[in-house]
Design a protein around this ligand. Sequence first.
Ligand code: FEO
Length: 417
Amino acid sequence: MDVRICSANMFLGGTSYLGELCCIMPSKTVEISPDIFWVGVEDWNRRVFDALIPLPYGTSYNAYLIVGNDKIALVDTVNPGFEEVLLEKISQIVPPERIDYVVMNHAEPDHAGGIPKVLEIADKANVVSTKLGVDMAKLYFGVPPERTVMVKEGDTLSLGSKTLKFTQAPWLHWPETMFTYALEDQVLFPCDFFGSHLTSDKLFADEVSGILLPEAKRYYAEIMMPFAAFGQKALDKVKALNPKIIAPSHGPVYRNPQPIIEAYEKWTRGPLEKKVVVVYVSMWGSTQTLERTITKAISVNGVEVVPYNLTVADLSHILRDLVDSSAVVIGTPTVLGGAHPLVLYATELIASFGIRGKVAAVFGSYGWGGGAVKKVKTRLQEGGFEVIDTLEIRGPPKPEHIEKAFALGKAIADTIS
Ligand code: FEO
């Protein structure tokens, strides 16, 4: 694999961002297969995605340049603000003006936001995307219809010595998404699918430390879990293609794809673990006493239990645990006639994120008027959960409440055992 590193003075005269980046690391391109180059960028300092998802390790926007002996294609671009870095990297390989096609696997701006600038420089280039993608390219980026090429399942595009094949892969992560496959090189470009929000100076998954799989799972939970059914169909297509390399548009590139394919198999349709996630808030200790009793009951009945106090927990860690948990238990005090706001937020995510373990229980406490438990139960049922037990008590738990809490925990453990 060829790694090309530009000299520091290539940044002179660049934006302040480039100057800052230059101090951290050199600009590099990486040849991941003959004449197929990673020209993406690392966003080390980004800390939130979609105004929701924490990015403790930043993220990367992977773009790939495919140089055929007749035509040149750029697969995906970069987040707005990084266009100049992208163009500078491309220029290390070919003049950007020579790009013939910009393949837009996905219209979300972290990948497609650089399209207007690339089309401005590569003024003969056309955007290649699905029917809905072409529509979104116009909507979001003002790409005129005459500068688009619409593709559908199985269509191919010849670059001369390279052939691109397109696969419909809707809802991974938006409805317009597709995969691109470099046929001769067996390189799959699935954009968000198989991605991870993990910035590293190492491009390949086998060079990155053991943090990758947990981060890939957290990414899956946040981005793909609501669309697991579509992920299953896409996985079957991926396995039929038999790629040698999977090159997503976030995080490391897999030159041995089998482990991440197997992980996605497990996460989308594999057996669930004998594991229960307990999420709760307690204001004055009553709900927490119930939580400790329930947690203990689950554990002593032979089931793994993972408690999360929402005042200190990271919701993305909770979602990651829920990828393969069999049940969830939610605890809340009643606040202003309903659930605690942190529980409301968590319940909404849990009810709407396509969690496969659909067994639940709800518990809580109140001082003068309850009702929170019923509201959480209703929202979970709307999300398709079977709520097998509830417990709501007034004031600090008495011995009979502890007994009921223990029974609730045992019931959950027995149901999934
Ligand atoms: Fe990485 Fe759905 O954008």
